[in-house]
Design a binder for this molecule. Sequence first.
Ligand code: SF4
Ligand code: SF4
Length: 372
Amino acid sequence: MVGDDPWKEAQRAMTICNACRYCEGFCAVFPAMELRRTFTPSDLMYLSNLCHNCRACYYACQYAPPHQFMLNVPRAMAELRSLTYREMAVPRALGRLMGKSSLFTSIAVLSATLLTVSTTLWSVPEEVLFSSWRGEGAFYRVIPYPSMVLPFCILFAWAIWTVGASLLRFWKKMGQDLGSLLDPRFHLKALRDVASLRYLGGGGHGCNYPGERFSHARRWLHQLVFWGSLLCLASTAIAAFYDHFLQWKAPYPLWSLPVSLGILGGAGILAGSCGLMLLKVRMDPVPSDPKTLGMDISLLSVLSLICASGFLLLWLRDTGTMGILLAVHLGIVGGFFLSIPLGKLVHGPYRYLALVRNAIEQMGNDRQHEPT
Ligand code: SF4
Ligand code: SF4
């Protein structure tokens, strides 16, 4: 990298790449870059969120270090992505905290867990908290239903509001109007790319991660976390349906739909998160932004903690430790929700919007080249 200004560095990199174009088949960034002659900050923000740090363009580049151009596109893009999250954050104060994302995520998770456990210890009589409860409604005997659901509704609304408002700001910053955001054709194309994690496939041979050798490991581990999260969401939605509409109260039997989906999803997230952390430890640090490593590791650690505490609760739910384990699990999940706007999870929706923008650009461009 030449100089300390990430905007200037990304602009310099894209200008050199636009003259070279050797990497144009590697990912969506280069074809999008080729539609431009100059690069405004909003173009660079868009391109950086289109990049998924596969590193193919670093290992293939004749201008990468030790060449005097010192070109490092993945790192330049990674630094701009972090800047995007900070500059687009709503409220703006969150952007300043994002610089220390791992510290604030740890504080949020630790405080929420301590608060939930201490409130439970203080408010639930000992003979209730440490008794073994079984069957329908056992969880609610220890932590009443409203005390469990209300804080989560507030934390969920907080995450939706902050992330949603930041994404709208990002969309406008990319020069897009709300009409195009509501057009389902562009979402269909972007969703296809997301569901298959297409660009992490590197055209069939995987990406250069954690080192120079091509590997599918990162794509598969991402898939485990992504599909595991969707299964856990489905499990929660079905449990809410059982509770509200069928009056079946948790905990549910092992073979029930919410528990089976939760086990599958939790195992996927746990395996994927631990695998991604191992890859991060082994990765070549040069084509990455060292400042975001803590952000990545803190998200993966919190996801692993949520799953591990969930499995422990499932295993011991018929014993006298259920009450305290439930409080610990809920506290970790609550801290996670609180820290969502500050953490690496935001990269998913930002990247998705960049893919929608890319679909708009590609489909518009295809139409311009249709025979008349
Ligand atoms: S990364 Fe290097 S090889 Fe690839 S397009 Fe840019 S200048 Fe060319
Ligand atoms: S790191 Fe991968 S995704 Fe990012 S610009 Fe280079 S080739 Fe494209």
